[in-house]
Design a protein. Structure first.
Length: 158
């Protein structure tokens, strides 16, 4: 999580295992694609920086953040992944829709983590406004996609 004391893209390079023998699935939401595209770029670049082979990184898109749970579940069923990363962005609006989507995705990903054999990495930005999302997708607070890739590698090694 980005705070004044923690930049999303800062981490100890030596603490990340070699990912050259790992396979990753990434499910990314098309909604708020300016943000989710930047998150995806961060995740891909970080996975490759740590040795992941491009052919072993499979990206699938879903229409919105709520569908991330289904997409991750389908990747689990298809098998062959060491970790799956979900990437999405929900920006608060004027209705409770934000709360329902965020709660549903969080609950769904938690359930998948508790019941599957591989880690599902939570990369859903839940922000109050577009600027906060930009700040966390390559802006002044770093890129949540970078953080998710590092977590995926570490958890795959776990």
């Amino acid at each position: 999580m980005a705070t004044e004391l923690h930049h999303l893209s800062d981490y100890d390079l030596k603490s990340v295992p070699d990912a050259s023998n790992m396979c990753f699935g990434i499910v990314v939401s098309e909604w708020n694609d300016e943000i989710t595209g930047a998150l995806l770029d961060g995740a891909l670049n970080t996975l490759k920086k740590h040795g992941a082979i491009p052919e072993n990184i499979h990206v699938k898109t879903v229409p919105g953040s709520f569908e991330l749970v289904y997409g991750a579940h389908q990747m689990i069923l298809n098998g062959g992944y060491d970790a799956i990363i979900i990437l999405g962005c929900v920006i608060r609006g004027g209705t409770p829709h934000f709360d329902y989507i965020c709660q549903g995705v969080t609950s769904g990903i938690s359930r998948l983590n508790a019941t599957s054999e591989i880690p599902i990495i939570y990369g859903l930005l839940t922000t109050e406004n577009l600027q906060q999302a930009k700040d966390r997708s390559g802006g002044c607070l770093g890129n949540k996609g970078d953080e998710c890739a590092v977590v995926a590698i570490k958890m795959a090694k776990f």
